[in-house]
Design a protein around this ligand. Structure first.
Ligand code: C2E
Ligand code: MG
Ligand code: MG
Ligand code: MG
Length: 287
């Protein structure tokens, strides 16, 4: 917009633009350093079958342990990683780490890993994914790739064959943040998704907003029509859980059921749940 305004506007905005470029450059160096120094960490958030009480698996969510800033959330560095291309090595690290970790869990537990659309522009993505499962001995059907609808907005010619090739490897593919993208629904006909993850913004409106409920019902219909598992993200209250169960969602994920936790806590939880001595686990509000 600054450039369109002509020369003088360009000059006025220039210091800010340079600051922004400098900030991005510094962040790029810091991210590169973080990768070399092992400052990234995966947190794991549990995913439950709504008719449970069983655990279906976990979603891996990246964190940056910054030496001065502490734990940095993905929204504060993933965009820069995408712009600078560093998402490719960071994403490769995350895929490998998630597969390596999940491979030592009970075999019925799945691991979901987020991929950025920009990773689909990397010709090496398929090899990266294949290596991650094979070198860690993870059964391919235990790995679920999460992508957003935006993958269908750009470079469909490249993304679609990649998605199909991943499916051919035996992986499961989920649409993340469903309902918030700008794409039309017609892409659903071009690829057989295994899972639809309804965005949390609809879940939070389930009790108060008739529009959210209408969308939730439509998503359940789309899921059953396309034979895709429906998952609701961001479940925070018992009431939301009850409503989602009533509407027929298959899986749930959210702070009510468990926050993303470091690997140590996650594995302690898995051990407790799979210990025959422990009391049978119950998903809350099962009635
Ligand atoms: P996402 O994949 O949609 O992940 C869900 C986000 O919602 C996570 O935020 C999670 O911590 C948060 N969340 C889960 N349950 C609740 C809830 O009940 N209430 C609320 N308010 N939030 C909840 P997080 O970990 O900050 O991740 C944000 C986004 O960053 C992710 O959204 C994903 O798009 C991206 N991301 C995370 N890890 C990776 C990664 O390894 N690679 C790539 N490319 N992107 C990643
Ligand atoms: Mg996700
Ligand atoms: Mg999501
Ligand atoms: Mg999201």
């Amino acid at each position: 917009a600054a450039k369109e305004g002509g020369r003088s506007t360009f000059r006025i905005y220039r210091p800010e633009m340079r600051l922004e470029a400098e900030r991005r450059h510094e962040m790029k160096l810091a991210l590169h350093h973080a990768l070399e120094e092992g400052q990234f960490e995966l947190y794991y958030q549990p995913i439950y079958r709504i008719d449970g009480p069983d655990l279906a698996g976990f979603e891996a969510l990246i964190r940056w342990n910054h030496p001065e800033q502490g734990l940095v959330a993905p929204l504060d560095f993933i965009p820069v990683a995408e712009e600078t291309g560093l998402i490719v090595p960071i994403g490769e690290w995350a895929l490998n780490e998630a597969c390596r970790t999940a491979a030592r869990w009970p075999a019925h537990l799945r691991i979901a890993v987020n991929l950025s659309v920009s990773q689909f522009r990397d010709a090496g993505l398929l090899d990266t994914v294949r290596r991650a499962i094979e070198s860690n001995g993870l059964a391919p059907e235990r790995l679920e790739i999460e992508i957003t609808e935006s993958v269908f907005l750009t470079d469909v010619g490249q993304s679609l064959p990649l998605l199909r090739a991943m499916k051919a490897l035996g992986l499961r593919i989920a649409i993340d943040d469903f309902g918030t993208g700008y794409s039309s629904l017609s892409y659903l006909r071009s690829f057989a998704f295994d899972k639809i993850k309804l965005d949390q913004s609809f879940v939070s409106g389930i009790e108060t907003d008739a529009g959210s409920l209408a969308i939730i019902r439509a998503v359940v219909g789309i899921g059953s029509g396309f034979n895709a598992t429906t998952l609701a993200e961001g479940v925070e209250t018992e009431e939301q859980l009850q409503a989602l169960r009533r509407e027929g969602f298959a899986e749930v994920q959210g702070y009510l059921l468990g926050r993303p936790r470091p690997v140590g806590d996650t594995e302690a939880m898995i051990a407790a749940l799979t210990d025959p001595q422990s009391a049978p686990f119950r998903l809350r509000a099962t009635t």
